[in-house]
Design a protein around this ligand. Structure first.
Ligand SMILES: Nc1nc2c(c(=O)[nH]1)N[C@H]1C(S)=C(S)[C@@H](COP(=O)(O)O)O[C@H]1N2
Ligand SMILES: [Mo]
Length: 319
C-alpha cells in the first residue's frame, strides 16, 4: 500500500488546493479578509485559464497573473535567488541563507517624518495582508510570476506622517558579515544593500512590502522577514531583509549606484528598448518555460504607472 507522506506534498500543492477550496466556498470571504480587493481578484476566479501542466491538484484554478501567465513553482521561487549578501550563485542562496535569523526583528522608520517609529516585525504582521500576483523581472533578463503576501507600503508610511520636505524614500537591508558570507566575498561592494524610490513611487498602490509568498511566511532567501516589491522596475529595486526606512530630501544612492560599476541607476523601470551595457533587454527567460518571451514595457504595468513619469521618452527613466 502506498502512503502519501506529508513531505511529498509541496507547499505549492497545499496552496493550490486551498485556493481551489476558497474559490469554491469563500472567494467573497477571502476578499473581505484581505480588506481590499487586489486587482487580480476582481476577475471571477473560475474564469481564469488553467495550465494543466502546472496543476498538481485536479481542477485547481486561479493560478495565473492577470495576463494568463502561470505562477512560477514554489520550488523555483525559493531555490533560484538573487541575494548577494549570501552568494552570487543563485542556486546556493537558499542553503546559505537557511539559518538566517529573522526573529527578533525591528524596522526603524524615520527621517523627514512627523512620527518616527520603530516597528517590531509583529507590528508589521498586524497590517492586513493581501495577495498580489506580480511578475518579477530581473535585470539579468529572467523572470517569474510570484503570488506575494503583503500590503501597500503607503499604509506604513501614512503611520509615520511624512513631512512635505520628504521627496524620496531610502531603504536599507540588514547587514552582518558574520551571517552573510557573500559580503566577505565581495568586500569592494558598499554594504549594506540600499535602495530608493521617489515618494510618488513609494505611495503607489502597486508598491508593497511583502511578508510572504504562496500563502506562507517568506523564507530567508526571498528576503524574510520583510522585503519591498516594486513590480514595474527591475528586480534589484525590490530590496530584501529591510531594517531601516528613511524619508529624505535628496535622491538616495543605492548600492548599485555607489558601486561605480556603471550598473543601472535610480529609476530602472523595465523597458525592452533600453539595453543593459552588456546585454539586450528585449526578451527574457521565464523560469520554468522553454525559449524566450518579449519583455513588456514597465513589465506590463504601464497602464498603472506610466503617469508617474513625465516625458516617457526620456531614456533616464529606464536605466
Ligand atoms: N538585500 C538585497 N536585496 C535584493 C538583492 C540582493 O542581492 N540583496 N537582489 C535583488 C535582485 S537582483 C532580485 S532579481 C530580487 C530577487 O528576489 P527573489 O530572490 O525573491 O526572487 O531581489 C532583489 N533584492
Ligand atoms: Mo536581479
Amino acid at each position: 500500500m502506498t502512503k502519501i507522506r506529508s513531505s511529498d506534498i509541496t507547499p505549492e500543492q497545499v496552496y493550490l488546493s486551498r485556493r481551489k477550496f476558497m474559490t469554491g466556498v469563500g472567494a467573497l470571504a477571502l476578499l473581505a479578509a484581505c480588506g481590499r480587493a487586489a486587482p487580480e481578484s476582481e476577475e471571477p476566479p473560475a474564469a481564469l485559464p488553467v495550465d494543466p501542466t502546472l496543476a498538481p491538484t485536479e481542477g485547481a484554478v486561479a493560478q495565473t497573473d492577470e495576463l494568463g501567465d502561470s505562477f512560477t513553482t514554489f520550488e523555483a521561487i525559493t531555490n533560484y535567488n538573487d541575494y548577494y549578501e549570501f552568494s552570487t550563485s543563485k542556486e546556493a542562496v537558499a542553503r546559505l541563507a537557511g539559518d538566517f535569523p529573522t526573529r527578533p526583528w525591528t524596522i526603524e522608520v524615520g527621517g523627514l517624518v512627523q512620527k518616527p517609529r520603530i516597528f517590531d516585525i509583529e507590528d508589521i504582521l498586524r497590517f492586513d495582508q493581501e495577495e498580489r500576483i506580480y511578475r518579477l523581472r530581473c535585470v539579468e533578463a529572467w523572470s517569474m510570476v510570484i503570488p506575494w503576501l503583503g500590503f501597500p507600503l503607503s499604509r506604513l508610511l501614512k503611520e509615520v506622517e511624512p513631512l512635505s520636505s520628504a521627496k524620496y524614500v531610502r531603504f536599507q537591508s540588514f547587514y552582518d558579515p558574520e551571517l552573510m558570507p557573500g559580503t566577505l566575498a565581495l568586500p569592494q561592494y558598499p554594504w549594506p544593500y540600499v535602495e530608493g524610490l521617489s515618494i510618488a513611487e513609494a505611495m503607489h498602490d502597486l508598491t508593497i512590502l511583502s511578508t510572504g509568498l504562496y500563502g506562507k511566511e517568506l523564507l530567508p532567501q526571498n528576503g524574510a522577514p520583510l522585503r519591498l516589491v516594486v513590480p514595474w522596475k527591475y528586480g534589484f529595486k525590490s530590496i530584501k531583509a529591510i531594517v531601516k526606512i528613511d524619508l529624505v530630501e535628496e535622491m538616495p544612492a543605492s548600492l548599485w549606484m555607489a558601486s561605480g560599476y556603471g550598473e543601472y541607476g535610480f529609476w530602472a523601470n523595465v523597458n525592452p528598448d533600453v539595453d543593459h551595457r552588456r546585454w539586450s533587454q528585449a526578451t527574457e527567460r521565464r523560469i520554468g518555460e522553454n525559449g524566450r518571451r518579449e519583455t513588456l514595457f514597465f513589465n506590463g504595468y504601464a497602464d498603472e504607472v506610466a503617469s508617474l513619469y513625465p516625458n516617457l521618452d526620456s531614456r533616464d527613466w529606464y536605466y
